[in-house]
Design a binder for this molecule. Structure first.
Ligand code: SF4
Length: 418
């Protein structure tokens, strides 16, 4: 049988898509070494120009390391760069999101192929395992209808559409019967789930919580405006991870308008305080240095961040993305200024994280995910804070309760059963 190696770039949704492709292989074996593979499938990301460059760079490097391998481009890059890379003969094959479940047939093709497919597709594949993981990412929806001015995603993932509730429940039941206890609900715009199916994320969460073996449910990311009263009623449920990632992207209202965002700061502030008062850790996404971000806007934004109950941050400097409205905005921010703002923002929220952990380092429920070296393990607690655990016991993929962890600068630490 021919050997296939998978390289996955980008988000959790892409990780789920790779699991779908893995589950569809019948006439191939999965290889974990790209140099001895016959075929290399690149599940690509195209969220920024630099994401595109990383994929291109990877293609050149594997061509040097394994010149005889057939390179197949999948993922979001197939929709933004597929034609170009195929015409340049940089790749042997291109397969769009809707073609994932045909992977076993496509990889048998003797001639080069370019199957980009459509952007209306909804996966119905149920995977029985999440290879190499102790927690499972579950894609519940696809696409986005928002249209933020810096973002290419809607044009490579399509409009927002939900997976069938039955398929999601079947997916989680199968994985929980195979030992998984933590599930991360993912998608392009998770909070849009149900809008096209006359249901809601809150209703789905309740149904998932009834499945035997479901211990903790996390939600990949939510837009502030999508957190309604029905969802807020679930905040005290024991199966809800005590961490929410709520994508603000900025905290200055003029900047939010320039980014064509739907959230406004006064509502965001009320929402985050409401959630934090229920003991939650809160993460967010934030783009600094977007065109039009004046020093005054920045000073206003960082002052507001200092007042927000944030504990985790995914902060980025703005990165051009061809084909988005922001690219034609001329009042750009110098790279060094953007980097300084990024450092200031990250430092601010990291300090808040330490304070949060100093107030929340007891009775931590941790799922051990990986082994650092023989007696050191890594895992995350209910607040999505990292734990390093020292133990002579084999703790792989196990749940442990930690009475009182030591708070260190970048993580918590505990000696278990020693
Ligand atoms: S919500 Fe905005 S940033 Fe997120 S995927 Fe949709 S368009 Fe992109």
């Amino acid at each position: 049988m021919k050997k296939v190696y998978f390289k996955t770039f980008g988000c959790r949704t892409n990780q789920f898509d790779t699991q779908i492709m893995l589950s569809k292989l019948k006439n191939f074996t999965v290889e974990d070494d790209e140099c001895s593979s016959d075929i290399i499938v690149i599940n690509s990301c195209t969220v920024t120009n630099s994401a595109d460059s990383s994929v291109r760079g990877y293609i050149s490097s594997v061509k040097r390391k394994n010149p005889n391998a057939k390179i197949i481009l999948a993922g979001c890059g197939a929709h933004s760069k597929g034609d170009t890379l195929f015409d340049e003969k940089a790749v042997f094959g291109v397969m769009g999101h809707s073609e994932k479940s045909n992977i076993d047939i496509l990889l048998q093709k003797e001639d080069p192929f370019c199957e980009i497919g459509d952007l209306n597709h909804i996966d119905s594949t149920v995977v029985g395992d999440f290879i190499g993981k102790s927690r499972a990412f579950i894609k519940i929806q696809e696409g986005c209808d928002f249209g933020c001015s810096y973002c290419i995603i809607p044009s490579v993932r399509g409009s927002a559409r939900s997976h069938e509730t039955e398929t999601i429940l079947e997916q989680i039941s199968l994985l929980s019967s195979n030992g998984f206890g933590e599930f991360i609900l993912t998608g392009t715009n998770v909070g849009s789930f149900g809008k096209d199916k006359d249901t809601t994320l809150a209703k789905l969460l309740k149904k998932i919580s009834y499945i035997r073996g479901v211990r903790r449910i996390r939600i990949g990311s939510l837009e502030p405006i999508q957190i309604d009263d029905e969802f807020k009623e679930l905040l005290n449920e024991p199966w809800m991870a005590k961490h929410l990632h709520i994508a603000l992207q900025h905290t200055d209202d003029k900047m939010l308008a320039l980014m064509n965002r739907r959230n406004v700061f006064s509502e965001d502030e009320k929402l985050l305080n409401h959630i934090s008062q229920r003991g939650y850790a809160i993460g967010t996404d934030f783009i600094v240095g977007h065109p039009g971000e004046t020093e005054q806007m920045w000073q206003n934004a960082i002052k507001r961040v200092q007042a927000l109950p944030l504990t985790h941050i995914h902060a980025f400097t703005y990165s051009k993305r061809d084909g988005t409205p922001s690219t034609s905005m001329t009042d750009t921010v110098k790279g060094d200024i953007a980097k300084t703002r990024l450092a200031e923002l990250t430092k601010c929220v990291n300090e808040k994280n330490i304070i949060f952990r100093e107030n929340n380092h007891r009775n931590l429920e941790v799922l051990i995910e990986s082994t650092k070296n023989k007696d050191l393990y890594k895992g995350y607690d209910q607040f999505y804070n990292l734990l390093e655990v020292k133990s002579e016991l084999d703790l792989s993929n196990s749940w442990i309760m930690i009475e009182d962890a030591e708070v260190k600068n970048d993580k918590n630490f505990f000696e278990y059963g020693c």
